[in-house]
Design a protein around this ligand. Sequence first.
Ligand code: AMP
Ligand code: ZN
Length: 115
Amino acid sequence: MDCLFCKIVEGSIPSRKVYEDEYVYAFEDIQPQAPVHLLVVPKKHIASLNEAAPEDAELLGRVALAAQRVAREAGLGDSGYRVINNVGKDAGQVVFHIHFHVLGGEKLGPLNAKN
Ligand code: AMP
Ligand code: ZN
């Protein structure tokens, strides 16, 4: 599969891993947009939320809980953080393997949909 995040999950492209289990992989974003910027992905290839199916419900829950976990481990549990999932071209999705950004470590700007 010619997918950047599948290659990161399988280890053929290096990453700075912060968490891994049977279903989920999390790593540091290479171009951080905040003092903490992590990416959380399912190991299964799903191109975007648009392609997720009912049978992915449990897996997506695992990804959400892994986001909570890596945020807490990065020290953001009390200060808070933002979890972002870009879907498709108008949202600026660049990598078509579903991923949740975890951003924090500073007061984030308002989420005004335009940026
Ligand atoms: P998106 O725009 O939502 O598709 O986000 C893709 C994210 O992947 C961006 O924040 C990039 O900085 C990040 N990214 C791209 N290549 C890598 C890489 N090799 N390792 C870690 N993060 C990456
Ligand atoms: Zn993939």
